[in-house]
Design a protein around this ligand. Structure first.
Ligand code: NAD
Length: 415
């Protein structure tokens, strides 16, 4: 993971572009760019060997004009305030574009979760929650899982928060279903990626059935995207994980692949597939490329070798700003992250709504409403692009930034 300033710079450049195109004042730009609240905490944790280790924890609450702050908590050795801030900003635009009643935030702890025991992770998560509970809340800030955290982490947060405030399932989303999590939440980001990918394919004049799809990262997002694309008739020709990639230009057997991975196997165990590297996967000839692993994988060093017609950003910021330009010059359509992977936060909204109403939805309803909201976000972005020109990323930011700016004005937030 590249944790330099490129993501923050890229996001601010996108906001600046939208501010210019929308004709917003410089005062408004400052309100849009500046996080509304940021916290850095020291988290002392008793380790299994009896020693105390102090971890650093962060929460960047970027903007709550449209509703409570919303965003994941990431456990990663390189997590820091700057990177957390960039990810929090992205959440503001993602929630606005998806039109869910949330703002944007992100949290992080500088830790390699693989080095900690389950007990140590539990204690670390409780300490984080106790240090932050005064700025969290069902109507204030609602965390979710991100890299290095899981449904289990959310269960610990809910439990620690509940020990102070009483039973509060709506304090986190992405929880285990037994504790009020929503069915379909785990698959939602990948399903949403596939929904917009299929719309883009049709707008390109083709159909899912005639499309070859390559997916980098066969994790939560990539595997659900592969499943949904496969169900909609697409040929998923390549997938990868951090160890390497597999390809079969006639299409991978996704049913078989799911069984292998569910049984603890590796993607490389799939029969009828050739091995290749992650770099080679990105440069495969295909209709749709879905980078769904990490940020900054398509840069100026490989952008001119990309042979996909459409790139759908499953991961956050997998395409750098400079590479965006190269792809645009080559007439490659890029569906940006704030649109493509918004399915996670849309399903989080459903989970939060279910928790508040103490009423659980069936999977069919979750998927139906998810598809509807993803389609609406796609359409509003396309309308803006058709009217104003520019890239799909520009159009998505214009819609999102315009919505947030409008609400800031109506609220009278700036006196
Ligand atoms: P995950 O950990 O479940 O899966 C990540 C996958 O990428 C794994 O298969 C891993 O092996 C692979 N990978 C890791 N490093 C790699 C590398 N250097 N090269 C190639 N592959 C690599 O994570 P996820 O939840 O699927 O998230 C993937 C991306 O999508 C992240 O950028 C995340 O921020 C973003 N995202 C996730 C969600 C969500 O709710 N899960 C929502 C929106 C965006």
């Amino acid at each position: 993971m590249t944790l330099d300033n490129s993501m923050l710079d890229g996001t601010i450049a996108s906001i600046d572009g939208a501010v210019r195109r929308l004709g917003l004042e410089d005062d408004m730009r400052q309100v849009l760019v500046e996080p509304w609240r940021e916290i850095q905490v020291g988290l002392p944790v008793r380790m299994d060997d009896g020693n105390i280790r102090v971890f650093k924890g962060y929460r960047s609450q970027h903007n709550a004009a449209r509703g409570p702050y919303k965003g994941g908590i990431r456990y990663h050795p390189h997590a820091d305030l700057e990177h957390t801030r960039a990810l929090g900003m992205l959440m503001t635009w993602k929630t606005a574009l998806a039109d869910v009643p949330f703002g944007g935030a992100k949290g992080g702890v500088s830790v390699d979760p693989r080095e900690l025991s389950t007990g140590e992770l539990n204690r670390l998560t409780r300490r984080y929650t106790l240090s932050m509970h005064h700025v969290l809340g069902v109507n204030r800030d609602i965390p979710a899982p991100d890299l290095g955290t899981s449904a289990q982490t959310m269960a610990w947060i809910m439990d620690a928060y509940g020990s102070i405030h009483g039973h509060t399932p709506g304090i986190v989303t992405g929880k285990p279903v037994e504790l009020g999590g929503s069915v379909g939440r785990a698959e939602a980001p990948g399903r949403g990626v596939a929904v917009v990918a299929c719309r883009a394919i049709v707008d390109y004049g083709s159909s899912p059935e005639h499309s070859r799809v390559a997916i980098q990262g066969y994790g939560a997002v990539g595997s659900a995207a592969a499943r949904t694309m496969f169900d909609r008739g697409a040929n998923v020709i390549a997938v990868s994980d951090m160890h390497g990639a597999i390809v079969n230009t006639s299409g991978l057997d996704i049913d078989q692949l799911e069984r292998i991975v569910a049984g603890g196997g590796n993607i490389s165990d799939l029969a009828d597939a050739d091995q290749l590297t992650n770099a080679e996967l990105l440069e495969l000839e295909c209709d749709v490329l879905i980078p769904a692993a990490i940020e900054d994988v398509i840069t100026t060093s490989n952008a001119s070798n990309i042979r996909a017609k459409i790139i759908v950003e499953g991961a956050n910021r997998p395409v750098t700003s400079e590479a965006d330009q190269v792809l645009s010059d080559a007439n490659i359509l890029v569906i940006p992250d704030i649109l493509a992977n918004a399915g996670g936060v849309v399903a989080s909204y459903f989970e939060w709504a279910q928790n508040i109403q103490v009423f659980n939805w069936e999977l069919d309803r979750v998927n139906r409403e998810l598809d509807q909201m993803m389609n609406r976000a796609y359409e509003v972005t396309k309308e803006r692009k058709d009217r104003n020109g520019g890239s799909t990323r520009d159009a998505a930011f214009d819609v999102a930034v315009g919505r947030v700016a409008r609400v800031i004005k109506i609220r009278g937030y700036v006196g």
